[in-house]
Design a protein around this ligand. Structure first.
Ligand SMILES: *[C@@H]1O[C@H](CO)[C@@H](O)[C@H](O)[C@H]1NC(C)=O
Ligand SMILES: *[C@@H]1O[C@H](CO)[C@@H](O)[C@H](O)[C@H]1NC(C)=O
Ligand SMILES: *[C@@H]1O[C@H](CO)[C@@H](O)[C@H](O)[C@H]1NC(C)=O
Ligand SMILES: [Zn+2]
Length: 491
């Protein structure tokens, strides 16, 4: 009877076996945390195109490739700009699913726009239904940190990444001394002293240099050498703190970069010069932002504006939001405006007249090779000297969750895409197994509890009886028989 009760409680105590649960793991001090996963550092070098190491000596990146895994390239989500693509790395969701649709926050009613930096502090913009990996890791008992990574400053469902350094307002993104100070902080302080499990670390280069001088310039090549020295510094610092066999490092980027064609070489796209197009038909516009634009036409003007722009320039594409090609996953979100514009390689979209002077741009179709970032990974859980084919960056999130041993949120990626990069192992510490370990722990605890209870009850019973018998002082046959039958039914 007791035993049956015990089995029953064992079964009812196993909610996650019956129904999969999300983000509800027992806390840091739960016993199953003793089988710890390796730590993970995610690094983004903004705008590091997949082939930037081909025309520059990059000894440290090459060494990392030999010690780990390198992908031919990776494919970012569309729109290929900084905040949206970084949030895909952190959530594994396409942009239409996570809602961070642009670097610029805007309000079509008030006409207000916030640029990249100020948008970082608009919580409701980032917290639009997808949780970044920091929060998921923290909810499952891990310690997470972030330095300068897009999305770091925001609060998600009332929670922020616990350890963080937010970029100062007018930050010099190319200062190598400052990079090293930040690396010392992340590795020497956060991972070593504070024992963090996961950190995301962001560098604003070679994006800045690529924009300013163009991706084919000697300045960009020099910046790639600075990045390479930095990769060497990161790996040396890791070694000096004795973390090499406990820290996995992923290095990637948000998008690539391509050369802008202008100076009379091409017929530039200037919307106000397109016949039939009139800015007075537009209620709100987001143009002059590289090769991409979005328009909200005034009431009843959508068809007129659409027809004017369609065929208005041979290198301009215009789509009604709902007609955007499905492969771009940039259609189904209320923040997207009714008309979406994008330009062919090398072109940018100007409103009234050319106001953009960058020599390099991104934001183009993610199929374009120049928009593809690089990807390297090394550490105890990665294969050595392995080259793999390209994959979409939505798949980085499930890989990171697997490495950290946490249960991922709903996402658009798959671990199957990257599993080949990993050293095959008994796989203990993955969230699937942690789940089972937790079940076994609960099960054993229940059984032990029940056994203890039964022991207490029978011992008490036997002692009571003995006292009773002692008081009677003579042992009869009947009593002995009773005792005998007691023994048989106890267990
Ligand atoms: C835009 O501003 C209007 C008017 O102040 C406000 O009602 C609306 O909620 C705002 N929308 C967003 C997304 O902030
Ligand atoms: C995401 O943002 C849109 C528009 O700003 C809003 O309508 C929607 O309710 C938000 N969704 C969530 C889950 O926050
Ligand atoms: C670079 O950063 C270091 C450390 O923050 C600072 O001391 C130095 O003045 C900076 N150099 C430049 C050129 O801004
Ligand atoms: Zn970027």
């Amino acid at each position: 009877m007791l035993l049956r009760l015990g089995l029953l409680s064992l079964l009812t105590l196993s909610p996650s076996l019956a129904a999969p649960h999300q983000g509800s793991f027992p806390g840091v001090d739960s016993p199953h945390r003793s089988s710890r996963n390796n730590k993970l550092l995610l690094i983004s070098f903004d705008g590091f195109r997949w082939d930037y190491d081909r025309d520059v000596d990059t000894p440290h990146l090459d060494a990392m490739g030999r010690d780990g895994v390198r992908a031919a390239y990776v494919t970012p989500p569309y729109l290929t700009i900084t905040s949206p693509t970084h949030f895909t790395l952190l959530t594994g969701r396409y942009i239409e699913n996570h809602g961070v649709i642009h670097n610029i926050w805007f309000n079509t009613t008030t006409q207000e726009k916030k640029q990249y930096y100020m948008t970082q502090f608009v919580d409701s913009y980032w917290d639009n239904g997808s949780l970044p990996i920091w929060i998921t890791a923290q909810r499952q008992g891990l310690k997470a940190g972030s330095l300068h990574f897009p999305g770091t400053a925001a609060t998600y469902k009332g929670e922020r990444v616990k350890v963080s350094q937010v970029e100062p307002r007018f930050y010099e993104h190319n200062n190598e001394t400052d990079w090293r100070i930040n690396i010392d902080k992340v590795i020497g302080q956060w991972f070593s002293k504070e024992d963090l499990d996961f950190v995301s670390l962001y560098f604003g280069e070679p994006d800045g240099t690529g924009h300013k001088y163009g991706p084919e310039s000697p300045e960009r090549q020099e910046m790639v050498q600075q990045v390479d020295r930095t990769v060497g510094y990161i790996r040396d610092t890791t070694r000096n703190h004795g973390l090499s066999d406990r820290l996995n490092i992923i290095i990637t980027a948000d998008h690539g970069m391509t050369t802008v064609l202008r100076n009379g070489l091409v017929d530039e796209i200037i919307l106000s010069e397109i016949p039939g197009f009139d800015f007075r038909d537009i209620k709100f516009q987001l143009v002059d932002y590289g090769p991409t634009g979005m328009l909200l036409p005034r009431e009843g003007m959508l068809e007129k504006v659409y027809q004017a722009l369609k065929g208005g320039h041979p290198h301009l594409h215009v789509y009604k939001k709902e007609d955007m090609p499905g492969r771009l996953h940039y259609s189904n979100h209320p923040r997207l405006l009714p008309l979406i514009l994008f330009a062919d390689q090398g072109y940018v979209i100007n409103g009234f007249f050319p106001v953009q002077f960058n020599k390099g741009e991104h934001g183009y179709d993610n199929q374009m090779m120049d928009m593809k970032p690089f990807f390297r990974a090394a550490g105890p859980d990665f294969q050595k000297n392995l080259a793999v084919g390209p994959f979409e960056t939505v798949n980085v999130y499930p890989l990171m969750c697997h490495l950290l041993g946490i249960k991922p949120e709903v996402n658009d990626g798959s671990l199957e895409v990257t599993r080949q990069m990993l050293v095959p192992k008994k796989d203990q510490g993955s969230y699937e197994n942690r789940d089972i370990q937790w079940e076994v722990f609960i099960g054993l605890t229940s059984v032990a509890g029940i056994l203890a209870l039964v022991f207490v009850v029978t011992t008490a019973h036997a002692m009571l009886k003995r006292t009773h018998m002692d008081r009677r002082s003579e042992v009869t046959h009947e009593d002995l028989n009773e005792k005998e039958s007691d023994k048989q039914t106890s267990f």
